[in-house]
Design a protein. Structure first.
Length: 323
């Protein structure tokens, strides 16, 4: 199969927002390559290791490549991307050169190339993410999340996902019912169950993510404890008739909600999350760029939440709040 390869030279700071743009605009796959320097300061507080090949990408820069089928017109997508980059600059966020190029490539040139960069990584004292194609011998008591993200966003190596998993480990209690909004590869849903949740409802608007999350739930043999459904945020909870009702696997209101989504989207449905949580329930949210953290905290407090903690990694923030 032939694909349009759209390449954007940007910064690590802008990776999350731009990757999300490509996913929301129908990319058949997105790859991210950051600086190959192993001399940079890395967070190893949870025993993480970084085993990536060297490259010539300057420190702090990143290259994002998005893939669209040959028959799809990429010009309108590039026009929207240019406008989106200008919007990002208003935050302000450093997007670097933001130079864009397009090539035509065969799928065998890229479909599996990214896997060489994805190795087992310890995210917390308990949780380690292991790509399905890697051999790994777990230590005693280590919790392994088997993962093949496919074309969905979420390998666990990005700061926002790692922050969510680290915060989940602090607040998950055995027997909790959980909702994971914007599940992507399903990594947070699987992690929540392996940390003790009774059942997780994993939601995503992207059908590619729903397929990927379902496959990863099956890889971890958790089909009876994770329900994956396509839904625009929490709309699936507003089913009108018994005939339309889908089996959710959870009992509402739930004990915990987690959402690894961009801040502007988080601000849209805070009240819906509040209604979905029981009194005393926990809301963990990430994907928040540092400049938006105060705005999200204020919105949470106005909705009736009490902010419990704010965790940071690079310029990304995860917030835990209680209803």
């Amino acid at each position: 199969m032939i694909w349009h390869e759209v390449t954007l030279h940007t910064t690590e700071e802008a990776v999350e927002m731009i990757s999300n743009f490509f996913h929301e605009h129908g990319a058949g796959g997105v790859s991210i390559e950051e600086t190959g320097s192993l001399n940079r300061a890395r967070d190893t507080s949870f025993g993480q290791w970084f085993d990536k090949p060297f490259n010539d990408i300057p420190e702090g820069d990143a290259i994002i490549k998005a893939y669209y089928p040959e028959m799809e017109k990429v010009e309108p997508i590039i026009e929207q991307l240019v406008r989106f980059i200008e919007e990002i600059r208003e935050y302000p966020i450093n997007v670097g050169l933001a130079s864009i190029s397009v090539l035509v490539v065969c799928d065998e040139d890229w479909a599996n190339a990214w896997k060489q960069y994805f190795k087992p990584v310890a995210i917390t004292n308990k949780l380690t993410i292991k790509p399905t194609w890697e051999d790994y011998e777990p230590r005693e008591g280590e919790i392994i999340i088997e993962l093949d993200p496919g074309m969905a966003f979420g390998t666990g190596t990005h700061a926002t996902t790692a922050l969510c998993l680290q915060t989940l480990e602090q607040y998950i209690q055995p027997g909790m019912d959980v909702i994971d909004i914007g599940t992507g590869s399903g990594i947070l849903a699987v992690g929540a169950v392996k940390l003790g949740a009774r059942h997780v409802l994993a939601l995503d608007l992207d059908p590619v993510a729903v397929v990927s999350a379902t496959e990863n739930v099956q890889l971890n043999k958790l089909e009876d404890r994770v329900t994956v459904i396509q839904s625009d945020l929490l709309q699936v909870l507003n089913q009108k008739t018994e005939q339309d009702t889908l089996p959710l696997g959870i009992t509402l209101p739930v004990d915990l909600v987690v959402a690894n989504i961009l801040a502007d989207i988080i601000l849209l449905f805070i009240n819906d999350v509040y209604e979905a949580l029981k009194l005393g329930g926990i809301y963990i949210t990430s994907g928040i760029i540092g400049q938006k953290a105060a705005e999200v905290e204020l919105a949470l407090e106005k909705a009736g939440f009490k902010v419990l903690q704010t965790a940071r990694d690079q310029d990304w923030v995860a917030i835990a709040a209680r209803k």
